[in-house]
Design a protein around this ligand. Structure first.
Ligand code: ATP
Ligand code: MG
Length: 314
């Protein structure tokens, strides 16, 4: 079966003046057509790097050292610039965190949507579909005249206008108030489901994930450490990091502990980690966890990177 997205053993560094930061340290993730997958993990775990890599949109300071990314079976590695632009235009859509910043500040919305989309359908209809109820006014507005929620709806309309096969949404609602946030997410998921578009939702917000994404992939230290059906990953996590994360979801605990309650800081890696990246914060860590890299293990429909799970200890 051809995957919608197939990220395999991806290693990406950012090259700074005086050092390298390893952002992805052998990250793997696959998505089936039309699937909704949440990519979660603390700040710095590599979510945005993976999401950008899915469209070969990494900044120039990024060095893709090894691994491969394929969209619908087509590897992005060797593609010409013309072909990659075509793949982005026809198959991919992106929505980012800062909705107003993603738009051109000097141009009215209607004009920038026309320029971005050629004549694909009516812009007015597209704005109505994302539930902007005064599309004429929105089309005449400049980005700074829109609220964050309205601007993000415009961004979503633009990202979905070509009916992409995959929408990468990177913290699309982080800048919005909580009520607006729910409405915007509901709109994205409803429109994507209607069009058969797969969604890769990158977020810290586990409560947004639990009822909207059928699968969840948990990142830590530049690797996907657990991946499986969302409800099961949250109710019976196998990786110790996922367990800590799951306890932070309101409703999963009496008091809704927060993510920050995991003792220690996430790692900033400068090269391949010797053992498990979570070992320094893991209550179960043994010597082996510090010295040997865990390999992916399949358990009950999940893929987990943990020595204990590999041995059936959990
Ligand atoms: P957040 O939740 O804060 O958005 P993230 O999970 O998206 O975090 P990334 O932005 O992919 O994580 O970052 C992974 C690592 O790479 C971090 O250590 C980060 O500091 C570093 N990094 C990301 N972008 C750059 C960049 N342009 N230049 C240098 N380092 C970067
Ligand atoms: Mg990010």
């Amino acid at each position: 079966m051809t995957h919608l997205l197939d990220v395999r053993d991806l290693v990406v560094d950012y090259v700074l003046a005086d050092r390298r930061v390893r952002a992805l340290d052998g990250a793997s993730l696959t998505m089936a057509s039309g699937e909704s997958v949440a990519l979660v993990g603390e700040s710095g775990s590599g979510k945005s790097t993976l999401g950008s890599a899915a469209g070969r949109l990494l900044p120039p300071s990024a060095d893709l050292r090894s691994g491969d990314i394929a969209v619908l079976g087509e590897s992005l590695a060797g593609l010409s610039n013309a072909r990659i632009r075509q793949v982005r235009r026809e198959r991919l859509g992106f929505v980012f965190q800062d909705p107003i910043g993603a738009l051109d500040p000097t141009m009215r919305i209607g004009r920038q949507m026309r320029l971005a989309q050629g004549d694909r359908g009516s812009i007015r209809d597209q704005l109505e579909r994302v539930r902007l109820n005064d599309p004429e006014r929105v089309m005449r507005a400049f980005p700074h005249q829109l609220s964050g929620g309205m601007a993000q709806r415009v961004g979503i309309a633009m990202a979905l206008s070509a009916r992409p096969r995959l929408l990468v949404a990177d913290e699309p609602t982080a800048a919005l108030d909580s009520q607006v946030r729910q409405d915007v997410l509901d709109t994205v998921f409803a429109l994507a489901a209607e069009a058969g578009t797969g969604i890769l939702l990158l977020t810290h917000d586990l409560s947004a994930v639990s009822r909207r994404c059928s699968r969840m992939a948990v990142m830590y230290g530049g690797r996907v450490v657990e991946d499986g059906p969302t409800a099961e990953v949250l109710s019976s996590p196998l990786h110790p990091y996922t367990a800590a994360l799951a306890r932070s979801v309101p409703g999963n605990t009496a008091r809704g502990e927060r993510l920050e309650s995991i003792p220690g800081r996430p790692p900033v890696l400068t090269s391949e980690s010797a053992g498990c990246a979570f070992a320094a914060r893991c209550a179960f860590a043994e010597d082996r966890c510090r010295n040997e890299r865990p390999v992916p293990t399949r358990v009950d429909g999940r893929t987990v990177l943990c020595h204990r799970v590999a041995e059936g200890v959990s």
